[in-house]
Write a protein that binds this ligand. Structure first.
Ligand SMILES: [Zn+2]
Length: 355
């Protein structure tokens, strides 16, 4: 069983799902609806704007794809319909997966799409009237699809290092504590430049420390856009996983520490190919191999993810084929996926059933 262990909900809204939800919820914005012909746009028409055309070191190209898809967050019901589709598509694409939920950004976008200034909404109202229904909708979607498909799937809560408002994040954290048993852990992410900024804001660190009592399994995006120093600083926070982290390959000491502490890197080949082409070329040149292969050689535990399948025009199956082509040690990758799954859920999955 191969598990996708780095996949974001906001990057998992397929053109098909968005086109369907646009019709269902009558979304007549120019992106979804062609006013001149009076028709909703087809998935094919939406796809080109939702997917990156090719590699670029400019992360804003990726972010624009995410922003377009978010226009469909017009109500909790629309978010639930999109979440159901994203979980179904992930289940069809994998033997099991972890989905990351950026609850703050989804809630903020929902308010913006309803014409409300989110900063004017008091933090407790933001959490109770908007964020909680979004969280419950996503968890309902997960439970329904898990029941129907019988595939293992878990949800991780993502907090953005952009940390737009400390009081709103604090209110969100209160809510997350209540729902901790339905979540597998925490993630720190951030796609708006500068993406890998450290140290994390002190207020965000305090919130993480509080939440970790309830959700101890922490992953942090680092060493993606920034160098190995970003991985070194992140390790000070004792995460169990690092999102990407491929820049660790710049430093033998960082690799040695990752291996010694048993921290797992979540490597996303297509994501790196599209978002950090120049850095990826240098890493390949240095090691004479793709990052995933070089990291395995350095005895670093690695899992793999599709990251954001829609903007990156990929799937977990495509990532697996890529990995095979690179010469990745697949039994080792599978064993590391199972090791990580057991670490974060406390439950083992049956090994073996390779595709
Ligand atoms: Zn990610």
């Amino acid at each position: 069983m191969f598990l996708d262990l780095h996949r974001h909900l906001e990057g998992s809204h397929s053109p098909q799902a968005l086109a369907r939800v646009a019709r269902q919820f009558d979304l007549r914005t120019p992106f979804f609806f062609d006013a001149t012909t009076g028709t909703f746009r087809t998935p094919e028409a939406l796809a080109s704007a939702l997917t990156m055309a090719g590699p670029t070191d400019d992360a804003s190209v990726f972010y624009r794809c995410i922003v377009l898809a978010r226009q469909a967050y017009v109500s909790t019901a629309a978010i639930e319909a999109l979440a159901v589709a994203a979980f179904e598509e992930a289940a069809a694409d994998t033997d099991g997966f972890e989905m990351r939920l950026s609850l703050f950004s989804m809630t903020r976008t929902l308010l913006e799409n309803q014409g409300l200034a989110w900063r004017d909404v008091p933090p407790v109202a933001f959490a109770e009237h908007y964020a909680r229904p979004v969280l419950l909708a996503v968890l309902r979607a997960r439970d329904a699809v898990a029941k129907a498909t019988r595939k293992p799937m878990v949800v991780r809560l993502g907090l953005s290092r952009t940390f737009e408002s400390e009081p709103h994040y604090r209110a969100l954290a209160d809510l997350v504590v209540e729902h901790a048993p339905a979540l597998v852990g925490l993630d720190v992410l951030g796609i708006v430049a500068p993406p890998d900024t450290e140290p994390l804001p002190a207020g965000l660190l305090a919130i993480l420390e509080r939440l970790r009592k309830h959700l101890p399994d922490l992953t942090i995006h680092a060493g993606e856009f920034a160098g190995h120093g970003s991985v070194d600083r992140t390790l000070e926070l004792s995460p169990r996983g690092i999102g990407h982290g491929v820049h660790a390959l710049e430093s033998p000491a960082t690799l040695e520490r990752l291996a010694r502490e048993g921290v797992t890197l979540e490597v996303c080949p297509t994501s790196n190919h599209l978002l950090i082409p120049t850095a990826l070329k240098a890493l390949r040149h240095r090691h004479g191999a793709e990052p995933l292969v070089a990291l395995q050689r350095a005895d670093v535990h690695c899992v793999m993810g599709s990251d954001d399948p829609t903007p990156m025009g990929t799937s977990f199956q495509a990532e697996l084929s890529r990995a095979k082509g690179f010469g990745v040690d697949l039994p080792r990758l599978e064993a590391d996926m199972h090791r990580r799954w057991a670490e974060m859920t406390g439950r083992a999955l049956p090994l073996g059933s390779q595709r």
